[in-house]
Design a protein around this ligand. Structure first.
Ligand code: AQP
Length: 331
């Protein structure tokens, strides 16, 4: 079986974007791949995280994976910091990746903002850690959204340079599993910005643990335009907020955008939002309930993470040992 690695940062509450762009696909991949799903807490601290919040968010992320359908008996569900190989291999990769490569990463520029001198050095080498996450397990496939494509290219470059420099074939070529463009969910307040856990506006996102009342209110207040819904999705061009809301309904209901447009043709967004609220509540309520149930059992979640981390360590140890031998480290 081919091996998949993926993860999400416990840098806030898990959102509808994480669900549609990642978790929903992860569950489907379990059928055909050997999967590792990681809560990447070491990535999260590249920007400041309050320690108590980080622990709570890590458990919440694990609860979200489980509630969405990740099976911890089949897949390996764990948190990154419990497997020290991630840190060890990422150091080696810090010495493989070139400054010029990292300087091209657009996500660093976006996240560091104007005051980049004040960004952590961890944020800068984040892509090297991501390469280590994947290659520590010789994973062959990584599900990626648009925003992660550049980082995955870097992973491939690091693997190729390591193999070349040390004259080895230890690291496989990593292939992206490209998620449909429909999976990119935008902010409810600004259709040109991605829905994000760390957006300062709470109204910009739907959290997986929002109550039905809060969901309904956020959808009611979501930004739209005064135009009516057209007969076909292609006619939504240039209306990013409208496109986003129709895309969310299509993704959740597993229907085409055209089909949704046909149903609401000639109606305004007031009507559409009522329908959208029903679909969102219908799809998310079972996840929200299961997350709440799991979060009342932190000892269970911690045990799942410990078990997963042990399995991940067992898988990675021989690979890391071999890497160290190749590099010339005495062990
Ligand atoms: N809005 C989104 N639409 C589609 N997919 C999304 N993902 C995140 N937001 C959306 C996907 O979820 C996975 C985990 O992402 P992450 O938590 O590692 O990091 P991120 O993409 O940086 O997510 P955020 O919410 O924007 O976090 P912060 O605010 O901390 O930077 C990835 O597969 C991602 O594509």
């Amino acid at each position: 079986k081919n091996r998949v690695f993926s993860g999400a940062q416990p840098s806030g509450k898990m959102t509808l974007g994480n669900y549609l762009g990642a978790f929903k696909n992860w569950v489907a991949l379990q059928q055909d791949y050997e999967c590792l799903y990681c809560v990447v807490d070491m990535h999260a601290i590249t920007v400041w995280q309050d320690p108590a919040d980080l622990a709570a968010q890590t458990r919440e992320a694990a609860a979200a994976y489980l509630a969405c359908g990740v099976n911890p008996k089949e897949s390996i569900l764990f948190n990154q910091s419990q497997v020290s190989g991630h840190a060890e291999l990422s150091w080696i990769f810090n010495c493989i990746a070139r400054l010029g490569w990292l300087n091209r990463m657009t996500q660093f520029k976006d996240k560091a903002g104007k005051n980049s001198q004040n960004a952590s050095t961890g944020l800068y080498v984040y892509p090297n850690l991501m390469a280590a996450d994947i290659l520590l397990y010789q994973a062959t496939h990584v599900p990626v959204g648009d925003d992660q494509k550049q980082h995955l290219e870097l992973t491939r470059d690091i693997a190729a340079k390591f193999n070349h420099d040390y004259n080895t074939e230890i690291f496989p070529e990593v292939h992206p599993i490209i998620m449909g463009e429909g999976a990119r969910i935008m902010s409810l307040r600004d259709g040109s910005k991605k829905m994000s856990k760390s957006d300062p506006s709470e109204a910009s996102r739907i959290n997986l643990n929002d109550t039905s009342d809060i969901l309904a209110k956020k959808i009611r207040k979501a930004k739209t335009d005064p135009e009516l819904i057209p007969a076909k999705a292609e006619l939504l061009e240039g209306r990013p907020e409208a496109q986003n809301l129709i895309g969310i309904m299509a993704a959740l209901a597993e229907r085409s955008r055209d089909d949704i447009c046909a149903e609401y043709e000639g109606k305004g967004f007031g009507d559409f939002k009522k329908g959208l609220t029903e679909v969102v509540i219908d799809k998310l309520a079972p996840i929200t309930e299961e997350m709440a149930r799991l979060q009342n059992e932190p000892a269970y979640i911690d045990q799942v993470l410990r078990d997963g981390s042990e399995r991940a360590s067992a898988l990675s140890e021989p690979i890391l040992k071999e890497v160290k031998k190749i590099v010339g480290f005495i062990q």
